[in-house]
Design a binder for this molecule. Structure first.
Ligand code: THU
Length: 128
């Protein structure tokens, strides 16, 4: 899977966002080690706190399908914002340190990583 195709997958997923309260659509696409892609979008709720972010939708869908190893995550928004704190923790848990590409509506790209987004992360190694 090329980076361009993974970006398109995230942008396509963004088009399916259920974001009727914030009107802020987010799409994500995660590629597995084997090259399979799982997409996610944000899914809001009238009970606001039940909202699910796009990154977690993609990752939870992948894990529910039996996936365990991930290679690359792309997040697509209007303005190229970074994943929220909760998603950073979930990305760290399920992906460890992987490259994360952030793209905006104009196609501007920022390259980062899970470790850069969540330094000194709490993880399984901290549980005694
Ligand atoms: N959102 C995401 O999907 N991912 C993030 O990392 C940040 C926020 C969603 C949640 C909510 O539906 C909307 O963006 C506004 O916060």
């Amino acid at each position: 899977m090329t980076q361009k195709a993974l970006i398109k997958a995230a942008q396509d997923a963004r088009g399916r966002a259920y974001a009727k309260y914030s009107n802020f659509q987010v799409g994500a696409a995660v590629e597995t080690i084997a090259g399979k892609v799982y997409q996610g979008c944000n899914i809001e709720n009238a009970s606001y706190s039940l909202t699910q972010c796009a990154e977690r939708t993609a990752l939870f869908t992948a894990v529910a399908a039996g996936e365990r190893e991930f290679r690359h995550l792309v997040v697509a928004t209007e303005n190229g914002v970074s994943p929220c704190g909760a998603c950073r923790q979930v990305i760290w848990e399920l992906c460890g340190d992987i490259p994360i590409t952030i793209v905006d509506e104009q196609g501007n790209i920022k390259e980062t990583s899970s470790a850069e987004l969540l330094p000194a992360a709490f993880g399984e190694q901290d549980l005694t």
